[in-house]
Design a protein around this ligand. Structure first.
Ligand code: AMP
Length: 210
């Protein structure tokens, strides 16, 4: 199954992607995590992406398109994949389509801007494996060490309030049109993301027919 998770930053794509990965036995590919790793390691890609990411704007299409094509060509994607954070623009979706990669379903996780603001400002993530936490709903351990991988748990620079607002604007202008893109192709499912994590997963599995 080849899946896309759509939704505003903070809608819960990362959380659902991790759950679906276990349930469906296919890898999750997060362009955000790949780019953050590149920034951390100071690679050429990281150097090119860093300023865009820290200001809350999108990294140029050609950079992410080539990185995702490379990633999808790897062996572990043969039986399916879950894309988290890609495509983020209509040209990215067109590039995916033109490269002959079939998409079975785009799942749009819907959450209002007010809820997003509250969620993202409380979000903490593991710098190493990307595991998500929230100071209220799913608090990180007191020592801020990730129980999954031992990495440090931090606040992402782009989860600061002014940057969250910029990212929401980018989402509405550049990413939200993707709903229409996949709807036209009969490939869109909408699930609410402002309910419990388990309920969002249940409705997603229902949309997948599994
Ligand atoms: P995320 O973790 O998905 O919220 O991504 C963090 C940041 O990485 C975004 O705000 C963008 O700067 C960049 N990014 C991630 N995915 C993409 C993408 N598909 N296209 C452009 N920029 C992206």
């Amino acid at each position: 199954m080849n899946l896309i998770l759509l939704g505003a930053p903070g809608a819960g794509k990362g959380t659902q992607a991790e759950i679906l990965k276990e349930k469906l036995g296919i890898p999750t590919i997060s362009t955000g995590n790949i780019l953050r790793e590149a920034v951390k390691n100071g690679t050429e890609l990281g150097l090119q992406a860093k300023t865009y990411m820290e200001s809350g704007s999108l990294v140029p299409d050609e950079l992410v398109i080539s990185l995702i094509k490379e990633r999808l060509a790897q062996d572990d994607c043969k039986n399916g994949f879950i894309l988290d954070g890609f495509p983020r623009t209509v040209p990215q979706a067109e590039a995916l389509e033109q490269s002959g990669i079939r998409i079975d379903l785009a799942i749009d996780i819907e959450v209002s801007d007010g809820v997003i603001l509250e969620r993202l400002s409380g979000r903490r993530v593991c710098i190493q494996c990307g595991a998500p936490f929230h100071i209220k709903n799913s608090p990180p351990p007191a020592d801020m060490i990730c129980p999954k991988c031992g990495g440090e748990i931090i606040t992402r620079k782009d989860d600061l309030p002014e940057t969250i607002k910029a990212r929401l604007k980018v989402y509405h202008v550049q990413t939200e049109p993707l709903k229409g893109f996949y709807e036209k192709r009969g490939k869109l499912a909408v699930v609410p993301g402002d309910i419990s994590i388990e309920e969002t997963t249940r409705l997603t599995m229902q949309a997948l027919g599994v």
